[in-house]
Structures are given as C-alpha cells and as structure tokens.
Design a protein around this ligand. Structure first.
Ligand code: FAD
Length: 368
C-alpha cells in the first residue's frame, strides 16, 4: 500500500517510476490486515498530523476511485466500559479536538442510536466521524494502476547499487539491475533488510496480529467500534500478547474482529490464545456475536518501529535513498500522506509536514 501510494504521487509529480516487489501486489502486510483509516486512535503529534493529511488525500482519491476500493466514510465509535474509562477517553478526545479532530462525546442512549446491538449498560463513548475504511488490496492495486508506473512483480531486490562515492544508482534484483538516481524503501516489515542492503540501518520489527472473520451477516455493526483500551495497546512497547476488541462490519457482510498485537518474530503459527481473546472481547462489546460462526482467521506482521512512528524521507547516510516504511498498524491509513511527502522529497519541494520526527536516522545505531 505504501509503495503504491509513493508510486502514485511520484508519478503525478512527473517522475518516471518503477515498482519492484518480490511477491504479487498486496502480498505483504497490506493483504493481511484491515483497512481502517483512523484519526481516533492517535494522540496529537506527528502521527496525527500525518493521519489528517492522509485522510484528506484519501478523501480526494475516493472522489476518483472510492467505489473501486470500497471507500466507506463510516466513522468510528470508541466505547468506554466504566465511568472512569469514559472520563479518560473524554480527556484524550479533548486533546484531539484541539488538534482539529472531530470527536463527539456520546452518552446513554446516544451510543445505542449509533450502534443498537452494543452490550447494554455501557456508560458512553466518543464518535469520530472522520474515521473511514478502504479495502487495502483493492486500494493498492488501483493506486498502482492509476499511477501508470512500471510494475515488476515476482522480482526480489537483492542489493542497492551505489557509486564509489556511496550515492544510490539503482537496485540489483534476482532478474537484473535497474538503474535510477533515487530508490524508495517501501518494503514494510522487511524495511530493515532493504536498508541493510543499502549499507545503512533501520530498526523495523514484525508485530504479529490476528484477525477473526465471521460468516456474512446483515449490517449489524455500522461503525468501526472498539474499546477504549485499544489506544493503550497500540501505544504499548510490550512484546507480550495484547488484545483489545475492534469490531467492524464490511460491505461484503463478514464482521472483522481484531486486533491482537505481539512481538514473536515472523511466526505464522495459529494462536488459539490470541483468537480466543479476540472473540471474548468482541462478544463482550456485541453479545449477538456469541451466536455467530467464525469462518476463518488470518495473520499479518505489522512493521513496528521502537517509537511507533514510520521512517519517511531521505536517508542522510546514503544519498539517493529514501524510506517509506515502518507504519506499524496504520500503514493503510497513513499511506497517502506518506506517498505525497515522499514525492515532495524526491522533487526537492518543501514537504507539507515537517519530516524531522520521521527521520530514518533518528535511532541510535545499536538499536538497528
Ligand atoms: C492484523 C492487522 C490489522 C491491521 N489493520 C490495519 C488497519 O485497520 N488500518 C491500517 O492503516 N493499517 C492496518 N494494519 C497495518 C497495515 O496493514 C500495514 O501498516 C501496511 O500494510 C504496511 O504497508 P507497506 O506497503 O508498508 O508494507 P507491505 O504491504 O508489507 O509491502 C511491502 C512489500 O515489500 C515487498 N518486499 C519486501 N522485501 C522485498 C525485497 N527484498 N524485494 C522486493 N520486494 C520486497 C513485499 O513483498 C511487500 O509486498 C494492520 C496490520 C495487521 C497485521
């Protein structure tokens, strides 16, 4: 998704773009996650700024291709289970409002007007009308197509070619060399490997997540609905298993239940503990789910960075190398803003956002 967005905005900026992927389109984490475009889970700061920029760009793209990639501006509802939890959520929302996020407090009956099938007795929550959703694999495929970029799939980058002065001059692949004055590392969870091939470092690590998929149902869940503790889980640095319920209906009918988080390397083994915790959390929010069949689960590896911010922009250690990876659990939402900023950096324009918080060389060398 991130590579597709970089290709689109770079091509629109007039550059000649080739996209190289060792797999098919959306064969990485993009094909193994969900497609929420969220502001609700982000505190004021650089990630929220990027989410707001990205949200505007997604909205623009939706005007052109929204139906194709199932763009749905359905809004999010964050639910508190106790009055203390509601007060904390409201404080969090207050900060977001100051940063320009639309965050409406909902209490009592208001919550059930938004989501009639929620468990009874919940004290309230916050409604975020700006949260929206796309179907990630379709979005990646269509942005690539719209970019007009040359697409080389089934081709692995084995090295980044550099001049004697250390400047990038292209990539070596398992099927020949490609020459270019600039290379964008959009290798997601594998961004550390690609950085190493260019002789530099980036501490991207996999953070595993399972999603549970139900049988197709009528639209009983209207928004993206999640428990207030989700925000703390997302921000956590712990490697241990964390699950907080995130429930959303889809246009096709199945309800998606996420989202677990744990750092266990690239282990694809099914985890009953993770999936059971997801089911328990979801039925706690929506009791009707207890009578619904789960059809399957799937697993993906989020590109985790130690400070939960992606690397976006030129790498001062390797002239001609740019990074656009490490977006963890928000790479679909943040892809458009990232692509736009990368295109600005590639064409030496002043970026719309300050790239300093996203600098690829912000980590001490030993962390990489
Ligand atoms: C369970 C789960 C739920 C999620 N839910 C959401 C959500 O609701 N909203 C959201 O915004 N994000 C979500 N995410 C996160 C999101 O999926 C990722 O942040 C995003 O897909 C990252 O996109 P990417 O393009 O950077 O990486 P990828 O999609 O992984 O793309 C990287 C590509 O690089 C290629 N590659 C790697 N190394 C090489 C090489 N040497 N040569 C050639 N090609 C190479 C790979 O084949 C891959 O196709 C979720 C993730 C998970 C796991």
């Amino acid at each position: 998704m991130v590579g597709a967005a970089c290709a689109l905005y770079a091509a629109r900026a007039g550059l000649d773009v080739t996209v190289v992927d060792r797999g098919p389109v959306a064969g990485g984490t993009t094909g193994a996650g969900e497609g929420n475009l969220l502001v609700s889970d982000k505190e004021p700061g650089p990630e929220l700024d990027l989410a707001q920029l990205s949200g505007r760009l997604w909205e623009e793209l939706a005007g052109e291709y929204g139906e194709i990639f199932e763009y749905e501006a359905k809004g999010g509802v964050v639910v508190a289970s106790t009055s203390d939890g509601l007060a904390a959520l409201e404080r969090f929302a207050e900060g977001q409002r100051a940063a320009g996020v639309v965050a409406d407090k909902v209490t009592g009956g208001g919550l059930y007007d938004l989501e009639p099938h929620l468990a009874p007795g919940l004290p309230g929550g916050v409604h975020y009308p700006q949260d929206s959703q796309v179907m990630p694999a379709l979005a990646a495929a269509h942005l690539l197509k719209a970019s007009g970029a040359r697409l080389l799939t089934g081709r692995t980058v084995t090295d980044v070619l550099r001049t004697a002065d250390g400047e990038v001059r292209g990539v070596r692949t398992d099927r020949g060399d490609l020459h270019a004055p600039a290379v964008v590392n959009a290798a997601g969870t594998w961004g550390a490997e690609l950085a190493a091939r260019a002789g530099t470092s980036l501490p991207v690590l996999p953070r595993r997540g399972f999603v549970l998929v139900t049988e197709p149902l009528p639209r009983l869940v209207r928004h993206k609905v999640y428990a207030a503790d989700y925000v703390a889980d997302v921000a956590s640095d712990s490697a241990a298993l964390q699950t907080s319920p995130v429930v959303e209906g889809t246009a096709a009918g199945p309800i998606l239940i996420g989202a677990s988080r744990e750092r266990v390397g690239f282990d694809r083994t099914f985890s009953l503990a993770a999936v059971r915790a997801l089911a328990a959390g979801a039925t706690g929010l929506f009791p009707f789910l207890a009578g619904v069949h789960a059809l399957r689960s799937y697993v993906g590896f989020r590109p985790y960075m130690p400070d939960h911010l992606p690397a976006i922009g030129p790498d001062p250690r390797v002239p001609g190398l740019f990074h656009a990876c490490g977006h963890e659990g928000a790479g679909i939402g943040l892809a458009t803003g990232t692509g736009h900023l990368i295109a600005q950096a590639l064409t030496a324009k002043t970026p719309d956002l300050d790239l300093a918080p996203f600098r690829p060389d912000r980590f001490p060398e030993e962390a990489a």
